[in-house]
Every structure is written in structure tokens, then in C-alpha cells.
Design a protein around this ligand. Sequence first.
Ligand SMILES: [Zn+2]
Length: 280
Amino acid sequence: MSWFSRKEKGIVTPTASKLDAPDGLWYQCPSCKKAIHTREHRLFAYTCSGCNYHEKIGSQDYFELLFDNSLYTELDPMMGSGDPLEFTDTKKYTDRIKATEYNTGLKDAVRTAYGEINGLPITISAMDFNFIGGSMGSVVGEKITRGMRHSLETGKPFLMISRSGGARMMEAGFSLMQMAKTSSLIALLAEAKIPYISLMTNPTTGGVTASFAMLGDFNIAEPGALIGFAGPRVIKETIGKDLPKGFQSAEFVEEHGFLDFIVDRKDLKDKLSSLLGMLK
Ligand SMILES: [Zn+2]
């Protein structure tokens, strides 16, 4: 018998009495479990100081990280989605949009803004994954297209930051049309010799990969990002073979010639400005 035995069973501390660190002060890396102070995490551009895991961030964070002094002008901030097909799945599409707007404070899955990166003017569209999986509907396509048009008018480069599950199911055909629409604007940028850089972040899949994400003059990615069209299970079933290790990771995609380079988010701003400087 042990020297100590618990007399009472089932002692529990009510949640209200548990002493926790103030909410939001610490961030735990989902990959290596290291606890990092949120201030340090932000200082490292939301990457882990232990294993370099790149946390998923949204348009606001990218704009603040990239634009000089976090100063930028947003284009079409109030553009919101319609419901052309009067679509309903588990709930009405209009209700889903309303709920997502409320929960995220966003109007749709992409935001576009222009400003300067280390003194070089640029227009940037950045996607928000927490708005219906960063799915590409009519608003996403239209806002990106307008951003590219802004680049055409000003003659300044365009950067696309993708993070998306693909086309937006609730807009079906309308969603697929955005692939052609954005691609045609990219062709116009090429004709006008305006640089178009595509940054793929975790994850970039489906119709987004099959259109504007892979059409950059420079296709670049963040480390460890999942990049692909269909998911690995679908591919495995189609070809009837096991897939190689690391399949669809940015590193694998780069090794097979589909990416120009992988860029650590901490170096993104400087890498972009040196690249844009060379293209001037
Ligand atoms: Zn880590």
C-alpha cells in the first residue's frame, strides 16, 4: 500500500476557480507544441520560433506585415455576395453569408489594397480562409479582377496571396466563371508587361490552384503549404497507386518544377521588394 492514499474521490476544480494565463497571451504551436508569447509570435510574422511552422493568417495580417508602416488603401471594401442560385444546403446561402460576416468581420473571402512595400508601389489581393474556407465565389473573382485592373491602370505590380479550398459550391457555375475571368486579366497584365506574383499559402487548392494561383510570372509559396488541385484520397483512388511522401507540400511542388521559390514569411517583404526592384 502506498504511503499516501486519496480519501475523497472525484475531486474536481470548477473551471471558474482554475488559474489560467490571461486569454490570448500565449500561443501554442500546433506542430511542435512550443508555447510562445503572442508578442514574440507576432514579431516572427506568426511563425514558430521552435519549428518554423507558419500559422494561418488572414488579409489583415498580411497587409500589416507587408505595407510600409501598415499604411494602405483598400479597394471595394463593402462588396458583398448575392445569391444568384437561391442556394440552400444545411442552411440558406444568404444566412450562411450573414453569419460568416458576423463571425469574421469580413465581407467575403478576399480583400484588395494598394500601398508600398519598402517604397515600391504595389496592389495586393489576400484571401481569408475563415470566410467559408477561402472559397472563390463571384465576389472573390470580381475583387481580384478589379485589383488587377487597378494594377493595369497604375502600371504597378500585382501580388496575389492565395489561401483557399477552391470554388464556392453555393455559387456553382458562377464560381467556375471566376477562373476564366481572373485568368483573362492576368493575360492583360502580361501584355502590359506588369509583373504578377502569386504567393501560395497553406492551403491553396481546387479552382484557385487551377487558375490565378498557378499563373504568376513568379509562383512562390510559404514553407510547408499544401498545394494541389484534388485531394490526395481522390488522386490515390483515381490512379490506384500510393502517393509519394510529402506529396502536395510546397517543397514537393518546388522540387517538381511548379514553384520558383519558397519564401519564409519573415523574409517575405524583403524578398518581394528585391524581386520587384529587379523587375522595375
Ligand atoms: Zn513549432
